[in-house]
Design a protein around this ligand. Structure first.
Ligand SMILES: Nc1nc2[nH]c(S[C@@H](C(=O)O)c3ccccc3)nc2c(=O)[nH]1
Length: 259
C-alpha cells in the first residue's frame, strides 16, 4: 500500500491542476514500483494540523482518484474518517475505506455499511491532539484485541460482514516506543479475529526514537519493520518507499517459498 498524501499548496482550494497531476503521477509511479494499493489521504492526522472541512477534503481527493482511474485500475483506499468524503471517494472510483478512527465518527459506520465496500479499522488511543501525552495500557495487546472485537461487532450489527474488515494496530497512534515494539513483536496475536492485518510503520517516530534518525533518514528502519510485520503476519504494509519495500518483500517471499 503506497501512501499518497494530498496536501495542496496554500494558494488553492483543493489542489491546483499541477498539484493534482503530480499526485496522479506519484500514484502511477508507486504502482509501477510494485504497490498494489494506493492510499489517498486529504487530511493530515498530524497533531497540530489545521482541521480540513469535508468540502475541502473532497476537493483534494476526488480529482486525484478520477485522475488515477483514467490511467490505472489499481486498488485505491480512501484514508478518511468523514462519512461524506467516504461516499464521494468511493463514487469517484476508490475501492475501500481506510479509517484511522475505525468508523467511530458521526455517520461513518452507517455510510460504510451503505457503500458496501471493505474497511480498514485502525486503533487509536484518544485523538491526534492528545494521543502521545503519556499513552498508557494495562496490556496493549489485550486492549487492542478488545477494541477490535468491539468494532467488528459494531460493523456486523450494521451489516458489514467480517470478511470485509481489515484490522490495524495503529502504530504511533497513542503508543510509546515500547508499545509499538510489543505490537510489532506480537502482531500474530491479532489473527484470532480472522481478518487480514495492515501495518503502517513507514517513517514513523518510533524509528526516530530507536535510531535517532530524522524522518528523511528512516528508510532502512522502515523497510526492516515492514519485512518484520509481514514475517509476523501482516497482509498489507502501508509505506512511502514502495520500490525499496517491494524489493525487501521479494527477498522475504522467495525465502518463504524455499521452506
Ligand atoms: N491504516 C492506517 N492508516 C494510516 N494513516 C496514517 S497517517 C500517519 C503516517 O505516518 O502516515 C501520520 C500520523 C500523524 C501525522 C502524519 C501522518 N498512518 C496510518 C496507519 O498506521 N494505518
Amino acid at each position: 500500500m503506497g501512501v499518497l498524501n494530498i496536501t495542496p499548496d496554500s494558494f488553492s482550494d483543493g489542489g491546483s491542476f499541477t498539484q493534482i497531476e503530480s499526485a496522479v503521477q506519484h500514484a502511477l509511479k508507486m504502482a509501477e514500483q510494485g504497490a498494489t494499493i494506493i492510499d489517498i489521504g486529504g487530511e493530515s492526522t498530524r497533531p497540530n494540523a489545521l482541521p480540513v472541512s469535508t468540502h475541502e477534503e473532497i476537493l483534494r481527493v476526488v480529482p486525484v482518484i478520477e485522475g488515477i482511474r483514467l490511467k490505472s485500475d489499481i486498488a485505491i483506499s480512501i484514508d478518511t474518517s468523514k462519512a461524506d468524503v467516504m461516499k464521494a471517494a468511493i463514487e469517484a472510483g476508490a475501492d475501500f475505506i481506510n479509517d484511522v478512527y475505525a468508523l467511530q465518527r458521526p455517520g461513518s459506520l452507517d455510510m460504510a455499511a451503505s457503500l458496501g465496500v471493505p474497511v480498514c479499522l485502525m486503533h487509536m488511543q484518544a485523538d491526534p491532539t492528545t494521543m502521545q501525552d503519556q499513552p498508557y495500557y494495562l496490556n496493549v495487546v489485550e486492549e487492542l484485541n478488545d477494541f477490535f472485537a468491539q468494532r467488528i461487532a459494531a460493523c456486523e450489527q450494521v451489516g458489514i460482514a467480517k470478511g470485509k474488515i481489515i484490522l490495524d494496530p495503529g502504530f504511533g497512534f497513542g503508543k510509546t516506543l515500547q508499545h509499538n515494539l510489543t505490537l510489532l513483536a506480537k502482531l500474530k496475536e491479532f489473527e484470532s479475529h480472522g481478518c487480514p492485518i495492515l501495518a503502517g510503520l513507514s517513517r514513523k517516530s518510533m524509528f526516530g526514537q530507536l535510531l535517532d534518525k530524522k524522518v528523511d533518514e528512516r528508510l532502512i528502519g522502515s523497510v526492516s519493520a515492514a519485512l518484520l510485520a509481514v514475517a509476523n503476519g501482516a497482509s498489507i504494509v502501508r509505506v512511502h518507499d514502495v520500490a525499496e519495500t517491494a524489493d525487501a518483500l521479494k527477498v522475504y517471499m522467495a525465502v518463504q517459498a524455499a521452506k
